[in-house]
Each structure stands twice: as structure tokens, then as C-alpha cells.
Design a protein around this ligand. Structure first.
Ligand code: TYD
Ligand code: MG
Length: 443
């Protein structure tokens, strides 16, 4: 027996309150170690080993499979690579089953043999969803959660695409640990992986993530699979973002934007209105998500605090970066944020990690502190250094072009960027220090 962290799979011989590997609390659960009783595993290990030279390896490049769901194909880097193993994670109820039902239905229509393994929903529920989504019901369905038995059956059926919904609910009877535990999840994934690679089956696996860490997070699987997608979003708004956080066949951090409709998830190409509101105290900046530039807005609220320790709250932005920016504004430029609560919010449920957002956050803070509006249709791009200098960021031309396309008229950018070869109609203000930006805006 040993204790396993349900988030990351860390193993410990004694119980610990906090996982030393991933830092999550109360996630260590006692489990039997995964000893597979059957002899199959041993047989496999005695297989003859071949050592090859790369130049001797022949392969034919198979074309990628397009689902026709434009944003889904884009996030994968241009369609599904045959034989790939894809993990899709997300909170319960966010729309993973919906998206995969659409993918299954469309690809079955195109003539692929698709198997939908669902241990969560009954055959009727899945059929109802397929019909509601207006898809033909050519998909095969398995409702059994005994993975060993299912795999045996699938060896004769030979599907082209296998969808497993979800990895937390299937189990291997050979293992003694309970379904949903880390050992089960890891072994199930290994079994699926072996099946997928041996038979050349595209496999898409759903993994639930829960904040309480009760069901094992798909973190333990991330290193194993080819592609990791996350479906996220604010449930109330109906917008969903699909993000590739790992992709062996394409760019990472590519995002796709969907709208949840009564006919399932619809690609939402006009995503710009999702992130821009046009409020006068909102600062616009441009992040690069994967290969795609996105205009995003940040709003700040600075209000007199009645607390002993004023609040510093950030939604969609790193709170540590926020504290840094406030410290820089106070120390270097003598803006006074003492006794002020600070709230910062990035639009559209996006989580920004791109340092180029610094300038926009800083000006929106100052704008709210001084109660002076920001000029409309103005872009702010630049990282802010600790002495208040504006630092250059990558792909500035791409960002400016995107802004121009979306009707932005002015842009505050770092100094010493060369735009001579690009015809941009934007009015550009190169700035060396943050204070120059503030002086131009709030004088
Ligand atoms: P689901 O795909 O079951 O979520 P997950 O598999 O990630 O747990 O999605 C559930 C939600 O989606 C549910 O609240 C109903 C909604 N939904 C629609 O709005 N339109 C649809 O066409 C479908 C199938 C679901
Ligand atoms: Mg589901």
C-alpha cells in the first residue's frame, strides 16, 4: 500500500497533508499499488528489441483528418493526425461530451468507423444527444466500463476513432485499486495507448478535473499523450475556449472560440466582440495565443479601502504581477495606492500570462485611481520593468496589424521598434518609460 496524490500521481509511503510535488492540499489517498495479475504484461516485456537507424525508417505521411468544425481543427494544428492520442480536460458540464459527440457524428458521416465508449451516460442519452445535434447515428456505442473486456471486443471491430468518456469511469478488473484512482487512470491510459499505437486508432479521452481533487486530475496523463486540450469558459456566458496546452503535431496555446447553442458547440469566428466592450476605463492590449493575435481588454477598479490590509484582486491576471505593477507605480512614479482596494479583470474569461499586458494593466490602474478616462480605440503593448521602463515584446508587428484590422487608431509601444518596412495607418507612440505614457494620457 502507498499514498498517491490524486492530482499529479506523486507516491509517498506515509500520508502527507500537502503534496510535495504539485503543492495541492489533501490530495493523498491510500491505494494499492498497481500490480497487474495477468501474465500479458510479462509476456510483452520479453519481446525482441530492435535498434534502428532513423534513416532506415520508412513511413508514409497520412493526411490529417478534418472534422469541419473549424475552430477544433485549428486548435489541433490543422485537423486530427491519424493514430494520435488526444486528452481533453475540463470542468464537468462544460461541454466535452457535446463537442466529442459532434466530432464522432461528423466523422462517422464521413465513413470512419467511430466507437463512443461512455461509462457515464446510457446509450439512450447519447443517442438523444446525437439526434438533438442533428447528426446521423452511424456511431457505435459501448456502455461498459470494464476496459479490458471492451478492448478485446474492439480488436475485432477495428475502429478508426475511439472516444472514451471518461477516463475516470473506466477500470481494469486486473487492478485491485478502485476506479477513478490514480493507479487505475494511469494503467487504463497505458492500455488505451498500447491499443491505439498498435492498431493505429485515433483515441480521444475525456478527463474531468475537479478543484477538490476528489477525482484524479488528468495531470498524470499529460506526459503520456500526444495532445492535451482544455475546454474552459464561464458557463453563464455560453462562450467556450478550447486550448491546446500540449501538441506534438502543432502549436501550443492555440485557442478556439465556441458558443454553446441548442445545436451544440458552434465555432465562433467573430470572437473579437467577446473580448472588447468599449468601456471608457478599459485598456486594450493584444496577446498572442498560439499563432493567433487576440485583442483583449482589461479593466481596473481602485476604490477606498476600509480594511486593515487593502485588497489586491485579479481575475485573469497574475496577482503577483499586479502587486509588482502597483509597487512600481508607487515607488517610481509616486502614485498613491495606499488604503485603496484594487480589482483587475481581464475580459472574456481569458487567463493572461503574456507579459505584454503589463502596460495596459498599469494604465488602467492609473486611470481608475485618477478617475480619468482612457482615450478610445487605443492599444497598449509593453512589458514593464522594475524601474518602470517599457520593454519590447515579441511579434509586435503582428499585434499592431491585428489592432489596425479591428479599428484601433493609436498604439503606445516600447521604444526602438522598427516599423519602417510596414505600412501601418496607426498613430504610434514609442515610450521609454511608463511615466511618459501616463503623462500623455492624463495630463
Ligand atoms: P456536456 O457535454 O454533457 O458536458 P461535459 O461532458 O463536459 O460534462 O454538456 C453539458 C451542458 O451543455 C448541459 O448543461 C447542456 C448543454 N448543452 C447545450 O446547451 N446544447 C446542446 O446541444 C447540448 C448537447 C448540451
Ligand atoms: Mg460528459
Amino acid at each position: 500500500m502507498a499514498y498517491f496524490c490524486q492530482e499529479c500521481g506523486y507516491k509517498s509511503l506515509k500520508w502527507l497533508g500537502r503534496c510535495p510535488e504539485c503543492g495541492s492540499w489533501n490530495t493523498l489517498v491510500e491505494e494499492k499499488e498497481s500490480l497487474i495479475k495477468s501474465k500479458n504484461k510479462l509476456k510483452q516485456e520479453t519481446k525482441e528489441i530492435k535498434i534502428l537507424k532513423l534513416s532506415d525508417i520508412r513511413y508514409e505521411e497520412k493526411p490529417r483528418i478534418l472534422t469541419g468544425i473549424s475552430e477544433f481543427d485549428l486548435v489541433l494544428g490543422g485537423g486530427i493526425v491519424p493514430g494520435s492520442f488526444i486528452l481533453i480536460g475540463g470542468d464537468p458540464g462544460i461541454g466535452k461530451s457535446t463537442l466529442l459527440t459532434q466530432v464522432a457524428g461528423i466523422l462517422a458521416e464521413k465513413g470512419l468507423k467511430v466507437v463512443y465508449l461512455s461509462a457515464e451516460e446510457s446509450a439512450e442519452q447519447v443517442k438523444l444527444r446525437v439526434e438533438r445535434l442533428g447528426l446521423g447515428a452511424k456511431v457505435f456505442f459501448v456502455g461498459d466500463n470494464n476496459l479490458s473486456a471492451v478492448i478485446e471486443e474492439l480488436k475485432t471491430l477495428k475502429p478508426d476513432l475511439l472516444i472514451v468518456d471518461s477516463i475516470q469511469t473506466v477500470f481494469l478488473p486486473e487492478l485491485e485499486s478502485p476506479p477513478g484512482g490514480v493507479s487505475q487512470i494511469r494503467e487504463c491510459a497505458n492500455v488505451l495507448m498500447r491499443f491505439a499505437k498498435e492498431q493505429g486508432v485515433i483515441t480521444i479521452v475525456v478527463g474531468h478535473i475537479t478543484k477538490g481533487g476528489i477525482i484524479a486530475g488528468p495531470k498524470v496523463l499529460e506526459h503520456l499523450v500526444d495532445v492535451v486540450l482544455y475546454l474552459e469558459g464561464e458557463k453563464e456566458t455560453g462562450f467556450r475556449l478550447l486550448r491546446a496546452v500540449k501538441n506534438r503535431f502543432g502549436p501550443v496555446n492555440e485557442i478556439g472560440v465556441f458558443l454553446m447553442t441548442s445545436k451544440g458547440l458552434a465555432p465562433h469566428a467573430q470572437y473579437e466582440d467577446l473580448f472588447l466592450s468599449g468601456e471608457e476605463n478599459a485598456a486594450i492590449f493584444c496577446v498572442i495565443e498560439g499563432t493567433r493575435p487576440l485583442l483583449v481588454e482589461v479593466q481596473s477598479l481602485v476604490a477606498k479601502s476600509f480594511l486593515a490590509v487593502p485588497r489586491r484582486t485579479a481575475v485573469g491576471f497574475d496577482p503577483i504581477r499586479l502587486s509588482l505593477l502597483v509597487a512600481i507605480l508607487e515607488k517610481k512614479f509616486h502614485f498613491n495606492f495606499t488604503n485603496q482596494d484594487i480589482y483587475v479583470k481581464v475580459s472574456g474569461g481569458l487567463k493572461i500570462t503574456d507579459p505584454s499586458a503589463d502596460m495596459a494593466v498599469a494604465v488602467s490602474l492609473v486611470s481608475s485611481l485618477l478617475e480619468k478616462p482612457l482615450p478610445p480605440k487605443t492599444l497598449f503593448i509593453g512589458e514593464v520593468g522594475l524601474s518602470g521602463e517599457i520593454r519590447p515584446v515579441r511579434d509586435i508587428v503582428l499585434r499592431l496589424k491585428e489592432a489596425e484590422k479591428k479599428g484601433i487608431k493609436k498604439a503606445f509601444v516600447p521604444e526602438r521598434i522598427d516599423l519602417s518596412n510596414h505600412s501601418l495607418s496607426l498613430e504610434i507612440f514609442p515610450c521609454k518609460r511608463l511615466i511618459e505614457v501616463c503623462e500623455k494620457l492624463f495630463r
